[in-house]
Design a protein around this ligand. Structure first.
Ligand code: ADP
Ligand code: ASP
Ligand code: MG
Length: 424
């Protein structure tokens, strides 16, 4: 007998029939004698709709551009998960399972005060464990918790993954299964590259890079929690027949295990390719080349919560003027340009240029630590396809390359194939 947390994403609970299908997955584990808690997302598309309503409200009221109260944003967007948790509890009850829905505030899942992007601080698992031992199946609304102001707080897009892993850690679950619309983690997004291969296992660190570099199959924070609390996390499909052979396998369920790198016997040099759309590049021309100039640029951007990613500074020819280029999410360009404009005197630059609609493609693999020439292979392959590189950053286990948006899919496929990742 094991204790399992099962999480179902938006497409898995997209309508009533799918919710019934999810209930069959849950029933399989309950019938096998396991203690089960479930975490659900909102129906797919629902959260986007709710976010859209909130964003459009200031246009209707005539309020100052897109300003709205983040606490009320959370009150609205958390509602999608409330609906699916209730519906799944009803479906489970109809199958004779003792199920009950739980909102974040009822457990409670305590978060910090960062409404819209809150972090889970604490979940008291004891009561939940007691109920599980009594055979109750808790159906927990993902994506939401209770802030220190006693208000609903949401965890950022994709946050139900984090709810599930945090709950699994709190109840000391043997396994956390993230059910989604793909049957595991692939070498790259299988929607872009049909030749992508499913990975049997992927190391925490690699999954962390994949997620933070754009593979939205897991929210970044969920991978961090799984790594810190050693939660045995599987990514698997809810679209397979719940009663197909092997689906209830306790140790080796179908899907991808996120685990310590020591558990991976055959480590490849490159494990996967990720991509992130909607990057923008900002260049400051003819900056004074003096100590403090970077602080003068990036300090005010950080204060305005603008996430700067790749940074490239040129060496100045005569030691007096230089250029600085960096990337921000496309949605933040206008804000960034405003902040830079306000600080023009202090920073001391000549002109600022910006370009949106860029894409960052990344090559990820722990094996890079001990192999030379991985970056050169990427550059050569992209050059052969005539893809121009705008910026590069590297770390021990990843290379990120900034390119023009229209080349995204070609670049992903080119890199996937040049490292031998295509399935044969
Ligand atoms: P859910 O609604 O279940 O949370 P998401 O849409 O958030 O599902 O995440 C699943 C999607 O992630 C898949 O449909 C797939 O297109 C995308 N994805 C991106 N990169 C990968 C990858 N490397 N492996 C698997 N899926 C990926
Ligand atoms: N429903 C939320 C979202 O769409 C949370 C999630 O699906 O994980 O972002
Ligand atoms: Mg998701």
């Amino acid at each position: 007998m094991a204790r399992i947390v099962m999480k179902f994403g938006g497409t898995s609970v997209a309508d009533l029939d799918r919710i019934k299908n999810v209930a069959r997955h849950v029933k399989r584990e309950v019938d096998a004698g396991h203690e089960v808690a479930v975490v659900v997302s909102a129906m797919s598309g629902k959260t986007n709709e709710l976010v859209g309503w909130v964003q459009n409200m200031p246009k209707v009221t005539g309020a100052d551009h897109s300003i709205y109260d983040a606490r009320e944003y959370d009150a609205v967007v958390a509602s999608g998960e409330q609906v699916t948790s209730g519906l799944l509890a009803i479906a489970l009850q109809a199958m004779g399972i003792n199920a009950r829905s739980w909102q974040g505030w009822q457990i409670p899942i305590r978060t910090d005060n960062a409404h819209g992007a809150a972090r889970i601080l604490d979940i008291d698992g004891e009561d939940m464990i007691r109920r599980m031992k009594e055979g109750q199946v808790a159906v927990v609304a993902g994506f939401q918790g209770l802030g220190p102001d006693n208000r609903v707080a949401t965890l950022g897009r994709g946050g139900s993954d984090t709810s599930a892993v945090a709950l699994a850690a709190a109840v000391k679950a043997d396994r956390c299964d993230i059910y989604t619309d793909v049957d595991g983690v692939y070498t790259t997004d299988p929607r872009i590259e049909p030749k992508a291969r499913r990975l049997k296992k992927i190391a925490f660190e690699e999954m962390l890079e994949m997620a933070s570099l754009g593979a939205k199959v897991l929210q970044v924070r969920s991978v961090e929690l799984a790594m810190v609390f050693k939660v045995r996390t599987f990514v698997r499909s809810s679209f397979e027949d719940p009663d197909a052979p092997g689906m209830g396998d306790l140790l080796n369920p179908p899907g991808t295990l996120i685990c310590d790198e020591d558990e991976i016997v055959e480590q490849e040099v490159v494990t996967g390719i990720a991509y992130a759309k909607d990057e923008a590049q900002i260049s400051l021309r003819r900056l004074a080349d003096r100590p403090g100039v970077s602080a003068a640029i990036f300090g005010p951007l950080a204060e305005n919560h603008i996430n700067v990613d790749m940074i490239v500074q040129n060496i100045s020819e005569d030691g007096s003027k230089t250029d600085m280029t960096f990337t921000v999410p496309s949605g933040d360009v206008d804000k960034a340009l405003r902040v830079l404009g306000e600080n023009k005197e202090k920073i001391g630059y000549d002109v600022v240029q910006s370009e949106s609609g860029l894409v960052k493609v990344s090559v990820i693999g722990i094996g890079m630590r001990s192999h030379a020439g991985v970056a050169a292979t990427a550059f050569r392959a992209l050059a052969e396809k005539g893809i121009n590189i705008k910026a590069i950053t590297t770390s021990e286990i990843k290379i990120s390359i900034l390119i023009d948006g229209p080349y995204a899919e070609l670049a992903v496929r080119t890199l996937h194939s040049c490292y031998g990742l295509d399935k044969s």
